[in-house]
Design a protein around this ligand. Structure first.
Ligand SMILES: NC(=O)c1ccc[n+]([C@@H]2O[C@H](COP(=O)([O-])OP(=O)(O)OC[C@H]3O[C@@H](n4cnc5c(N)ncnc54)[C@H](O)[C@@H]3O)[C@@H](O)[C@H]2O)c1
Ligand SMILES: [Zn+2]
Length: 377
């Protein structure tokens, strides 16, 4: 079933709906939406009289503005700040968040509003999923990665020291408010890293998005409002569509979102977490996946070159320096063991916009793909 696109009820608000029966929710996209946050919140959470705003310390002013608006509409507001960075997705931070929620007299009539990137969305989302056996959640993503990926789809969770995202829950938000204006303050490296996931949607599902990126790379890099609106909308549409078809990753469909990610996770783990941003590793991982697909005769040389060209134009790294096949392979085996999952690759086939899940790839084929992906200049 296609994801429904609703008419725009105000000229600058674009609304998509994620259709998941009683867990369906709207995604609102537009520049400046946080300036009228209370109105959007009221439409969806009229009965929730207490909002717990969990926010990234880096964007305190935005969280405070949202808080003032909700107070102005006669709600009790609790502001809870969380330090920036992946280390906040920990058992300790979750415990202190639960404690603060308790202290703020949070109950089933409360709603968690997550304001920040994927770290805050995942942490606050899991707090919402688990506190009092689950209270409503509103996502206000403020990084490109969180706007096009993590805020939609209901995956929430935290890390353990030896495994990322290993503890968590599926917990769909009641509302996602995406204010593309917030991206203007994002550091360049973070912004560009998020573009890798946008390229991914182009490859797996939306050739027209891929072509838009090719034709408008400069406007995208300059974060022109129109270009932002288009890429965020299309990406959310793609993510919503896949999630609708396979909400809990049981049918295999949702796995296509992992294009480039088997390699990327190995790159992130072997380089030491923190060396590469996630999207950077995804860009290099997509290049390796493209080479693997070519080795298997699934796509031609031109396909591989076209994707590499786009990654380059978007200033994403696509060649992993000093790629070491045995180390990457070992990391893939470890990841497989921790996740209790088979080693499967999402690989393109034929033209842009189509991928398949492929298992039974040999060590030798993976080595060869990594080698040929690293040999270009
Ligand atoms: N739940 C999912 O489906 C899903 C999907 C993909 C990734 N993730 C998770 O998302 C996390 C990564 O998310 P991320 O890339 O958004 O990282 P992040 O949340 O760490 O944000 C990146 C940096 O940007 C800063 N920041 C946030 N908004 C800003 C703004 N508007 N202006 C300036 N700076 C701002 C943050 O303080 C941080 O330093 C990872 O933990 C990953 O596991 C989850
Ligand atoms: Zn990703």
């Amino acid at each position: 079933m296609p994801c429904t696109e609703q008419n725009e009820y105000a000229s600058h608000v674009h609304e998509l709906r994620v259709e998941l029966a009683e867990r369906s929710y709207p995604i609102l996209i537009g520049a400046g939406l946080c300036d009228e946050f209370a109105r959007h919140f009221q439409n969806r959470c009229a009965n929730n009289r207490h909002a717990i705003i969990v926010y990234d310390q880096q964007i305190a002013a935005l969280a405070q503005s949202i808080g003032r608006q909700l107070e102005g509409s006669d709600r009790r507001v609790s502001l809870i700040d969380v330090p920036s960075g992946e280390q906040s997705k920990s058992v300790d931070s979750l415990q202190s968040l639960w404690q603060r929620m308790l202290h703020e007299r949070t109950d089933r009539g409360s709603v968690v509003v997550a304001v920040g990137g994927g770290v805050i969305g995942d942490l606050a989302g899991f707090a919402a999923a688990s506190y009092a056996r689950g209270i409503p959640l509103v996502q206000v993503p403020t990084t490109l990665l969180s706007q096009v990926d993590s805020s939609v789809g209901g995956k929430t969770g935290i890390n353990l020291p030896a495994a990322k995202n290993i503890v968590g829950a599926f917990w769909q938000p009641s509302l996602v408010v995406i204010d593309t204006q917030t991206l203007q303050t994002l550091p360049d490296r973070e912004y560009i890293s998020g573009l890798a996931e946008v390229v991914k949607y182009g490859v797996i599902l939306l050739p027209e998005l891929f072509e838009f990126l090719e034709q408008n790379a400069e406007q995208v890099l300059e974060r022109k409002p129109q270009a932002l609106a288009y890429i965020v909308r299309q990406s959310c549409l793609a993510k919503a569509q896949v999630v609708q078809e396979d909400e809990r990753e049981t049918g295999g469909r949702r796995a296509i979102l992992n294009y480039g990610h088997t390699f990327a996770h190995a790159i992130e783990a072997t380089a030491g977490y923190g060396r590469w941003l996630h999207g950077e590793a995804v860009a290099m991982g997509m290049h390796m996946a493209a080479h693997l697909a070519r080795l298997l005769g699934r796509v031609d040389e031109a396909w591989v070159g076209r994707q590499a060209q786009l990654l380059k134009r978007l200033r994403l790294p696509w060649l992993l320096p000093d790629a070491d096949e045995p180390t990457l392979w070992a990391a893939m085996q470890h990841d497989k063991k921790v996740m209790h999952a088979a080693l499967r690759f999402v690989l393109p086939i034929g033209n842009l916009g189509k991928v398949e899940l492929v298992s039974g790839i040999s060590q030798q084929q993976v080595y060869q793909a990594i080698r040929s992906a690293s040999q270009e200049h």
